[in-house]
Design a protein around this ligand. Structure first.
Ligand SMILES: Cc1cc2nc3c(=O)[nH]c(=O)nc-3n(C[C@H](O)[C@H](O)[C@H](O)COP(=O)(O)OP(=O)(O)OC[C@H]3O[C@@H](n4cnc5c(N)ncnc54)[C@H](O)[C@@H]3O)c2cc1C
Length: 293
């Protein structure tokens, strides 16, 4: 069905999620440009085939049963170009498929500052914008000026930042495929940026199980006044290290569930449900940050 495009048939989803869990996907398709993407959308529509966008898989728990449709990955949408340059800052266009490790290194080398806080997060830029990802008091929407997107009918659209509905770990971009973004970045010395990146990475490594397969924080912070941190409550409840199958509440960070090797999606889900129940029993209702495919 997708022979004219780069694609993998019957793909092992474990290879496409940072928690290394999942069955098989009928197809993963890698369009090279927006015209190919449009054709892929048309093929899915014509054949009533399910379609979802796959970024770096750092927030997706794939089902053990797999995905009976086409996942579209934008790894070829990876260009970086400087559109405008003033004395203090530049407006940069970046493709959605580039991963944040590579993007941070490239921006650091170009002397462009603003995204360093994200160094160490294994996401694609598109997924990060879709979730309005962030950490250490920063969110990606701070530097996004507009988003280039395609709707599911194949129409291209530029969405200004104010119309993206950015809020804590959310946006209103679910009707779109994010192809890229314009970002405003400050001019700084490369050495300063690289130092900044490394200090953020160090902080992450010290507090999170970065060396274990996971999906990052399972739950969102509860935005009450004061905010409630689910990881802290889970820790206080003595649930660090609790296991179902080979899925474990990380002993290093109670907000993470890690795969000890061979965990199933059903183990992770059962563990999530257990945590939700325990949190509810002390009056804390949480929202999941991870998504289920
Ligand atoms: C070790 C670790 C640390 C983490 N730390 C953080 C952190 O500090 N802060 C944070 O915010 N998150 C963190 N995360 C979670 C995760 O990296 C983010 O949620 C990230 O935004 C997901 O990006 P992705 O490219 O992997 O998206 P995926 O997981 O592939 O997809 C997530 C969702 O975004 C959609 N999506 C992806 N790309 C696009 C696109 N181009 N257009 C439209 N929709 C798209 C998908 O369809 C899906 O619904 C962490 C995860 C791990 C594993």
């Amino acid at each position: 069905m997708f022979s004219e495009f780069e694609c993998i048939e019957n793909a092992d989803l474990k290879e496409f999620s940072t928690i290394k869990i999942g069955g098989r996907a009928k197809w993963i398709v890698f369009p090279k440009n927006h015209l190919e993407l449009k054709k892929i959308l048309q093929i899915c529509e014509k054949n009533a085939l399910k379609l979802k966008i796959l970024g770096n898989g750092s927030n997706i728990l794939f089902s053990d049963a797999g995905f009976d449709g086409a996942l579209v990955n934008l790894k070829y949408f990876n260009k970086i170009s400087i559109l405008e340059k003033s004395q203090n800052e530049s407006l940069v266009q970046v493709g959605a498929g580039i991963n944040l490790f590579a993007l941070n290194i490239r921006l650091g080398m170009l002397g462009l500052s603003g995204l360093e806080f994200s160094y160490g997060i294994p996401a694609s830029l598109g997924g990060f914008i879709y979730m309005n990802g962030g950490c250490f008091g920063h969110e990606v929407c701070e530097i996004v000026s507009s988003v280039l997107a395609m709707d599911y009918d194949g129409n291209l659209k530029v969405i200004e930042k104010d119309d993206c509905g950015f809020d804590y770990r959310t946006s209103n971009l679910e009707k779109y495929i994010i192809l890229g973004a314009k970002m405003r970045l400050k001019h700084k010395k490369s050495e300063f940026i690289l130092k900044n990146m490394l200090s953020f990475l160090e902080k992450k490594k010290n507090s999170q199980p970065c060396d274990m397969p996971s999906l990052g924080s399972v739950f969102k912070i509860v935005r009450s006044n004061p905010p409630i941190y689910p990881a802290k409550i889970i820790d206080n409840l003595g649930l660090k290290g609790v296991k179902i199958g080979m899925a474990e509440v990380s002993a290093k960070h109670a907000g993470f569930i890690v795969n000890l090797g061979g965990a199933k999606a059903c183990d992770v889900l059962a563990l999530i449900e257990l945590l939700e129940e325990k949190l509810k029993s002390v009056g804390v209702v949480v929202e999941r940050e991870i998504v289920l495919f």
